[in-house]
Design a protein around this ligand. Sequence first.
Ligand code: TXE
Length: 492
Amino acid sequence: MADLLIGGKWVASSSGERRDCINPADGSVVATVDEASADDARAAVDAARAAFPVWSATAVAERAAALDSIADLLGRDREQLARIETLDTGKTLAESHIDIDDVISVFRYYANLARTQADRVVDVGNPEVISRVVAEPAGVCVMIAPWNYPLLQISWKVAPALAAGCTMVLKPSEVTPLSTIEFAKLMSEAGVPDGVVNLVQGSGAAVGGALTDNPDVDLISFTGGLATGQKISEVAAKHVTRVLVELGGKNPHIVFADALADDQAFANSVDQVLTGVFLHSGQVCSAGTRLIIEESVADDFVDALVTAAEQIVMGPGLDPASRTGPLVSEAQLRKMQEFVRVGVEEGAALVAGGRQPDDEELASGFFFLPTIFDHCDQSMRLIREETFGPILTVERFSSEAEALELGNDTEYGLAAGVRTFDAAKAERMARGLRHGTVWVNDFGYYTPAAEWGGFGRSGNGRELGPTGLSEYQELKHIWNNTAAPAAGWFSG
Ligand code: TXE
């Protein structure tokens, strides 16, 4: 089977190279796929360029119908896609189902939004002039996705770009390409013309490099690590290519004492702090990795967290008993081990996890126990750097001002949580936190209709919501003078 989609044809890599996809739960090879070359990447951009005049001129109603068809086909293939996502990423099947459902709702949302977009009429003070601002497709887009939410992240880019009339080249993470390959197979069945969506999977340096260092690309949309985002932005600047980057976070979850007023509130807070950080083994850009808790309740709360963290059932994602799966790769496992070493060296108190589980049956997988470090402070690497794994740090505060200062003391600014039943305090905190999403007495939720993105080094631009569509559009002002007199400037 050839796994690269270029100009509507499934082709093998021009270099003949292939790459193994590893099941993180046991280290076995799940599949072997074509590894694109830089030439393949350039050919994919050419194919997207060739398809642009057709797709950009297609009626919006037709484009919206294609998005709805994609949603239908994703619904039909939901089980198969969820299984593939679990085998490739390690996440539990329940999480994969949630991902696929989210992908479907994103396609539905943009199908509907595209249908309701209207030109903006501008009153220029002259009834003879019809002045309109219209949205045109941005052009040929390159979509580069990470490995934690492969299909979900790419869909947040593909759905609005298709709705806008753009053509594109997808590059999933080389670690988890399988669900994106299956997704691309649905394009022609959904009525998307050949060349509109192209797919080249392969390494960041070779394939990603050839896609981004290309003057024929109009827009790059990237989700991944900060260092890679910086590299891509530099390359894009050379060609003045538009760049949208989502680069992760170091997200505070702030708990005030009043949020733990009774047993139920206490239990809910423990549950949400735990879920916020340990879901998908912490490999979530918006994971609540920094617990910032009011001093007076900190000891009791941390004790309860440790007890609950030690009860989390780890196992292969396909086992319905597993509540969390392994890390995505051996590289991420090594990274967690290094962060634990650093945390201990820096003087943080390791109170839970910090190592692989003892269970022999999990020994060949990339499992890492939910880990908690108490008594952390802002000087630590553990607090400042994105760990992107199951590591929770604990800091304490004694005033609202201090809580806000700690919450904002990060170069990132993606998401934050605040727990308090004092409505005025909640509002002050929500407005004061310099993060793209703030959850009050809840954590982790988003909706296709609300913008997602970060302040600071969490990136630029927004995905989802109406802005998620306009990012893939260029605005054009059309001035039509229906009774234009001579300008008279030079002709007297
Ligand atoms: O990501 P990379 P990695 C963070 C997280 C993680 C760290 C590194 O902290 O530990 O990043 O993960 C492609 N030109 N996040 O190394 O390298 C690459 O092939 C063009 C946060 O896996 O950023 C893949 O498709 N593309 C995050 C994508 O970039 C390049 C999700 C992401 O890989 C490239 C994942 C290049 N020069 C990791 N180099 C989030 N924001 O959710 C790599 N790529």
